[in-house]
Design a protein around this ligand. Sequence first.
Ligand code: NDP
Length: 346
Amino acid sequence: MPSAKIFYDSDADLSLLEGKTIVFLGFGNQGAAQAQNLRDTGIPNDKILIANRPDSYADDAKSKGFIVENDIAKAASVADVIFLLIPDQVQPRVFNDVVQSTLKDTATIVVASGYNVFFKLLQFKPTQDVVMVAPRMIGSSVRSLFVKGQGFPCFASAEQNGTGKALEIAVALSRAIGATKAGAIASSAYEETAMDLFAEQALWPNIITLFREGFSVLKEAGCSDEALCYEMWMSKEPAEIFERAAEDGFIAQLKYHSVVSQYGQLSGALALDGVAVREHFKNILHNQVLNGKFCKEFSKIEADLEKDGYDNPLNELYRKTEETELVQAEKRVRARLADLIKSGQQ
Ligand code: NDP
């Protein structure tokens, strides 16, 4: 595979955005951060419109000086560019039923995640541009790094080139939200979705399982709940390791550990051949993620995610997970800590 192209500030032509009305659908995690960054880059406030139902998100946008339109279809009708920054699971419903009917034939639609584009859940007109500008950070970091004058990692791509300028517009928008300062990586909805869902459905479930089973084995061997919780995550050691891995290198960070630890980690990892894990990972990637199986199943339960109690399948998953030894033990440890803090304050 060739190396990915990286777009920097100098690759972006902000004049492509001149005179365009830019609508942000959603003022949540990403919406609030990206709209503020875009305005601070110099896009005039009267060219930015926040589309949001009348609630605390709309109030937040107003308090930050933005023009807010509560009627989403009306907001979409004036958009030259529309950022879809509402949760992925509601995008098909809102975009296909409300937004698309009034959207211009030459509008640019911006997604911050490849999911709905890769699985073809959004109905675009062939004359429209569809671009992905997908920060690899939570919204608060997208904003705070911009304020500090730094960039943040981001993927950019043109997914549909209706106007012939889709990629140039994607790069200009990446710069406008502050992403090209550190370099926006040329990617695709396919790549973003494959990596994101793989991490969520293969990598992290295995990491959760390793911690859960490791906890039980050490508990069986006589270790206390308190010692285990601190040893395994509450000390923040794993967070620090990943911080170092990002700064110094995935393996290079080992130099901060004792020699006993370095020897144990490297020899232990080399002794595991990983064949079974690799086969399991391939199976998840090809037979659950890329073939659309997960997407199809998730679409079926999407509406239930707004229900209360255990009729909501996500709540049911939390309930089952809470039964595990690790979660029960952590609850006891945290309750004890809270009691200790309370008694210390009296
Ligand atoms: P949020 O959960 O923060 O979105 C909240 C916003 O969506 C609010 O403005 C809310 O307003 C609006 N919203 C929710 N439901 C509806 C609805 N049914 N109709 C209209 N508006 C609705 O989303 P995120 O910012 O987390 O995610 C937005 C996009 O960014 C997604 O594609 C996500 O994958 C992507 N992304 C997210 C990252 C993150 O860190 N969270 C990182 C990188 C990309 P109201 O409820 O008032 O309607």
